[in-house]
Design a protein around this ligand. Structure first.
Ligand code: KPL
Length: 295
């Protein structure tokens, strides 16, 4: 059986381990002090035991799955890269910046993924709160080797508790998620509200203004986003109405937010293409101001 090194045993990392543990040995790299492993995933009213262990050895690793927060990717992976530069990697996180960074460190080795699964970690257990799907693919701007692509097909070709699909255009999938996170996350974090609050009419014009900026940045980058992006954002806000967004949760827990991974690539692209991004800039600054000390 192959041995997969997993980095980031949080809620989504636990779902990935659960999905892969019947066909691979899962070892978890302790990328920071105090990493602990949940023992179970609760899903469909059943409790599933997680079969994984912590390791500090990189011997015998066949592939790496990175599920930590976008803010931790560089710190968590940099020390491992020299020893694991010949095996396939998969990165599953919010934003766009950390994926591009990892692909640059490991040319031809890194697949990207995006998930709509919902999960929360409560101490020793993980609750699977929403069934979604996980899409995995080779990013067009950082093509992967045949070995890495074959591993991606292997991951997506077998049945397990999660739906894992091969995605021919993973960059567009990540852009669509980025666009939604770029609107919902900063507003909910700054206004300390649940996602559903964004469906109120008072947010309509701000959401439209942000979506227009994001649309023109995406177009300049050659990416096609859904025409009715603002409607899509409101649909997601309604569908996840009782959620506190990941950015709000980070702020409330005193953690660093993923603002740089989410708004950073949009602001850099706007700058590169000479586009106005006044509303994105406003929300970027507003989130930064919530955490002046940890930056
Ligand atoms: O992905 C999310 C997040 O909180 O990061 C959304 C879609 C906004 C759901 O909460």
């Amino acid at each position: 059986m192959a041995t997969i090194l997993l980095i980031g045993p949080g809620a989504i990392g636990s779902l990935m381990a659960w999905s892969l543990q019947d066909r691979a040995t899962i070892k978890v790299y302790a990328h920071r002090a105090g990493v602990s492993l949940p023992g179970t995933v609760e899903s469909d009213e059943a409790t599933h035991r997680l079969l994984w262990s912590l390791t500090d050895s990189l011997d015998g690793i066949d592939a790496v799955v990175v599920c930590c927060k976008a803010t931790q990717i560089e710190r968590a992976t940099l020390p491992l890269i020299p020893q694991l530069s010949n095996v396939p990697w998969l990165v599953l996180c919010n934003g766009l910046g950390p994926q591009a960074w990892l692909s640059e460190q490991l040319p031809g080795q890194v697949l990207w993924a995006s998930t709509t699964e919902g999960a929360g970690r409560f101490g020793d257990r993980v609750q699977h709160t929403g069934v979604g799907e996980t899409r995995i693919g080779s990013p067009a701007q950082y093509p992967v080797s045949a070995k890495t692509e074959n591993w991606g097909h292997w991951l997506t070709s077998q049945t397990g508790p999660l739906e894992l699909h091969w995605e021919p255009d993973i960059t567009s999938v990540l852009w669509r998620k980025l666009a939604i996170n770029a609107v919902i996350n900063p507003i909910t974090a700054v206004h300390k509200c649940q996602n559903g609050a964004l469906a109120e009419p008072q947010w309509q014009s701000e959401i439209s203004a942000l979506c227009e900026e994001i649309q023109s940045i995406a177009r300049a980058c050659g990416v096609q986003l859904p025409e009715a992006l603002a409607e899509r954002v409101i649909q997601v806000a309604k569908a996840t109405r009782r959620n506190r967004s990941s950015m709000l949760t980070d702020i409330e827990a005193g953690r660093e937010t993923e603002i740089d991974a989410i708004l950073g690539p949009l602001l850099c692209a706007a700058d590169r293409h000479g586009l106005s991004a006044a509303r994105l800039q406003y929300w970027y600054q507003a989130v930064i101001r919530l955490h002046p000390l940890i930056r």
